[in-house]
Design a binder for this molecule. Structure first.
Ligand SMILES: Nc1nc2c(ncn2[C@@H]2O[C@H](COP(=O)(O)OP(=O)(O)O)[C@@H](O)[C@H]2O)c(=O)[nH]1
Ligand SMILES: [Mg+2]
Length: 322
């Protein structure tokens, strides 16, 4: 397909036109996730630039800090059917934060609202229950993992990323699609190989359009349009199976609650182990102190006895010569 045909296909894509109709879905929601500074916001700006074909504008704040624990999932409509979400609050991905990321990915938290997210199980459960009030069953969620080639991947980082991708797959029922940014600024083939080894099948690579680099070239257009084409073909394929949006949402919710619960149990276990280790250390210290006191006491006793003995000898000696 040439550029115009690709764009036409993407812009006119409707879930109604899928083999079994829309099955209750009316929107394709591209859920961007990934580490801070890897080009998520820039990718949104690039998509807008290419699909809407106007001036280059910064819609999503590229280069802005994601700031603390406040989570705001901002939506950017791209076409009548496709909307992209910039998921925030993923500066680091330790296992206590990923619960939040999964709740975002599973589309269980409200969009376009400030949400302050605590890490405890109870608070996650409460938020999920509250989000049922106006539950969203009509978004077909597509997970998109954005990663910068420039940052590279070390062997130590592989397990964490793999875990994240695996969970995102379980959660959404879709293989996360990997978008590699900064494609000319590092070891592209090396990074691609790492993702392939992690089981990723769909990898796209591009150089984002930015304020200082917004020259439209056919190749750069093609990259982004090819990405959307690939995404929509996957959606069409998944939509050719019988689907059940409320059931799927319930499954996502179960996954997240189980994840959060397990994490809480793990944390409790760790805290208990720490407390036990601290108690043991205290007992050991007390035992050492007691042994030390006894030793000092024994030494003192021995010194006293030696002193008495010397006294006795001395008095015997002095008696003899006095
Ligand atoms: N050269 C180049 N710069 C990029 C690319 N993607 C993002 N940037 C720059 O990298 C910085 C971080 O990008 P940003 O989109 O804010 O990352 P986010 O934290 O994932 O949203 C910004 O200064 C962008 O202009 C890219 O593909 N190529
Ligand atoms: Mg950003």
């Amino acid at each position: 397909m040439d550029i115009l045909e690709l764009r036409e296909y993407i812009n006119s894509f409707k879930l109604d036109n899928c083999a079994l109709g829309n099955q209750g879905y009316n929107r394709v929601l591209l859920q961007l996730f990934g580490y801070l500074g890897h080009g998520k916001s820039s990718f949104i700006n690039s998509c807008k630039y290419v699909l809407q074909d106007g001036e280059f504008k910064t819609y999503a704040d590229a280069g802005q800090s994601d700031g603390g624990k406040t989570t705001r999932r901002i939506t950017y409509p791209l076409t009548d059917t496709i909307t992209v979400v910039d998921n925030r609050g993923c500066a680091t991905m330790n296992s206590y934060e990923t619960g939040e990321i999964f709740a975002q990915l599973g589309n269980l938290l409200p969009l376009d609202q400030e949400v302050v997210w605590d890490t405890g199980y109870q608070s996650i459960m409460h938020r999920l229950v509250e989000s049922d009030i106006d539950a969203n069953y009509s978004d077909f969620v597509v997970p998109i993992f954005v990663y910068s080639v420039k940052k590279g991947i070390t062997e130590e980082e592989v397990p964490e990323i793999k875990d994240l991708l695996d969970n995102a797959r379980t959660l959404t029922g879709l293989d996360p699609i990997v978008v590699l940014t900064f494609k000319t600024q590092g070891d592209l083939t090396g990074v691609q190989a790492k993702f392939r080894n992690m089981g990723t099948e769909r990898i796209f690579q591009l150089e984002n359009f930015t304020q200082s680099d917004r020259l439209r070239t056919r190749a750069r257009y093609q990259e982004i349009l090819t990405f959307f084409h690939g995404v929509l073909k996957d959606v069409e394929f998944r939509m050719s199976e019988k689907r059940d949006p409320p059931r799927e949402r319930a499954e996502r919710k179960k996954f997240i609650l189980e994840f959060a619960h397990e994490r809480e149990m793990k944390r409790e276990r760790e805290q208990k182990e720490q407390a036990m280790a601290a108690q043991q250390a205290k007992r050991d210290r007390a035992e050492r102190d007691r042994a030390e006191r006894e030793r000092v006491e024994r030494d003192r006793q021995r010194a006293r006895e030696q002193e008495l003995e010397r006294e006795a000898n001395k008095s015997w000696y002095s008696r003899l010569f006095s």
